[in-house]
Design a protein around this ligand. Structure first.
Ligand code: HAM
Length: 424
């Protein structure tokens, strides 16, 4: 039996991979404009990191992590997300001591979650994420959201919905927690076993339960917004004001709780509104995490960030029928006829590439027609033909594929002449 790829993973083949590169390139450009710098952290981390940060009552930690013991008996986990690693690295490398705060970082790479695969949900997926750590200025909340929105918009998405909420500070959350316990306690045995164990540990997670979504008590659950203290309210107001200043439309959804434990104050998601987009409409999720640096053993350094997967990004582009401007052409294809010309073309090809052009030749000793066909398939802008006669006369025949026009050029000065023509 042949071996196939694991469930929930995918091969990204040439033809598709160019779209990924385009998004990655745009993300890097935007990060440069917004002054976020790239960080690369390991694909696996000590399991404890995720227990402490993502939270041991979350679905991610309880059901979705790829955890294993290495040969030294250490429990390691393939990263399910990038915030924990980035914050660990921030603390480990004492970035809190840098002169410029917040430290603004971005990452791009594979994440792993053992989820039920479906459209837009993979077991290995690629996240692009940013984290700004070391400031609790609400302007940075707006900046982070603006960056995500700019990336989607500049790639051509229009049908986007930004939803925000505030999860408040410690004090507000403690009050909300009490209200949730009072609300759910009397009927907690009608809920799933996960929710029952979450009641005391982390009742907010009940609101995020997929099994008990339809229980009537879910709709009437006390919302965090009603439990925000004045400081948290003020903070949330300021974030909204900045978003309005930046002309970014949003909706406030008091039920948005997010699936990770580290959030405080601002939480947000960007959804696709496109018709025909699958059941999972969230493209991007993020929020503020004041207190997370302390959780992983560092000093206080409030942070905020987001992550989005390229897989869902591409699905949204497809749902909105956005054609990405992908250049699949090459500059020059060399058609060589006869052994001598073929030998000569090896050096010529190298010279073209060295001069900065994308160039290719035939490697299968094919006839002239087949070589021209190959040039066509590669969308060659120019085809350089060398046969025995040309070689004898030190000439090369250049065909401009757009117009069909042909030009005879001197072999000795071909690269210069080609460059002059190309730049014209
Ligand atoms: P998250 O909401 O778990 O947040 O994931 C963020 C994004 O990753 C989702 O909106 C979605 O685009 C993508 N994603 C998640 N799971 C999958 C999957 N199984 N298949 C495809 N795409 C997926 C976080 O990961 C936080 N670390 C975000 C953050 C950064 N918060 C603050 N900073």
């Amino acid at each position: 039996m042949s071996i196939r790829l694991p469930r929930g993973t995918q091969d990204i083949l040439p033809g598709q991979v160019e779209k990924w590169q385009l998004i990655e390139q745009k993300a890097r450009e935007l990060c440069h404009k917004f002054q976020y710098q790239e960080i690369r952290t390991p694909i696996f981390e000590h399991t404890d990191l995720f227990l402490r940060s993502v939270g041991d009552t979350t679905d991610i930690v309880q059901k979705e992590m790829y955890t294993f013991d290495d040969r030294g008996g250490r429990s390691l986990t393939l990263r399910p997300e990038g915030t924990a690693s980035t914050v660990r690295s921030f603390v480990e490398h004492k970035m809190f001591g840098q002169a410029n705060q917040p430290v603004k970082l971005y990452y791009m790479g594979p994440m792993f979650r053992y989820e039920r695969p479906q459209a837009g949900r993979f077991r290995q997926f690629v996240q692009f994420g940013v984290e700004a750590i070391g400031s609790d200025d609400p302007a940075i909340d707006a900046e982070v959201i603006a960056l995500a929105m700019a990336l989607y918009k500049e790639m051509g998405l229009k049908k986007l919905k930004l939803v925000i909420n505030s999860l408040g500070d410690k004090e507000s959350r403690a009050k909300h927690r009490e209200a949730l316990i009072a609300h759910f306690s009397p009927s907690i045995n009608e809920f799933c076993s996960d929710c029952q164990s979450r009641l005391e540990k982390n009742p907010m997670r009940i609101l995020d339960c997929k099994k008990d979504r339809e229980h009537p008590l879910m709709k009437t659950a006390p919302s965090i917004i009603d439990h925000l203290n004045d400081e948290s309210k003020q903070y949330f107001k300021k974030v909204q004001q900045y978003l309005t200043d930046l002309e970014i439309e949003f909706e406030v959804d008091a039920n948005l709780v997010r699936g990770l434990d580290y959030y405080t104050h601002t939480a947000f998601e960007i959804m696709s509104d496109a018709e025909g987009f699958g059941a999972i409409t969230t493209l991007c999720g993020g929020g503020r995490y004041n207190g997370l640096t302390e959780e992983v053993g560092g000093p206080e350094a409030p942070g905020i960030g987001f992550a989005l997967s390229i897989e869902r990004f591409l699905a949204a582009l497809e749902a909105e029928n956005v054609e990405l401007p992908i250049d699949q052409s090459i500059d020059c294809y060399i058609v060589a006829l006869g052994e001598e010309a073929r030998d000569y073309s090896v050096g010529l090809l190298h010279k073209l590439r060295h001069a900065g052009y994308s160039a290719e030749r035939d490697y299968s000793d094919r006839k002239i027609k087949a070589q021209f066909k190959a040039a066509d398939r590669m969308n060659a802008k120019y085809v350089a033909v060398i046969g025995e006669d040309e070689l004898k006369n030190n000439k090369i025949n250049l065909k401009i594929m757009d117009s069909g026009e042909q030009k005879e050029m001197e072999l000795a000065s071909f690269i210069q002449d080609f460059t002059a023509l190309y730049r014209n």
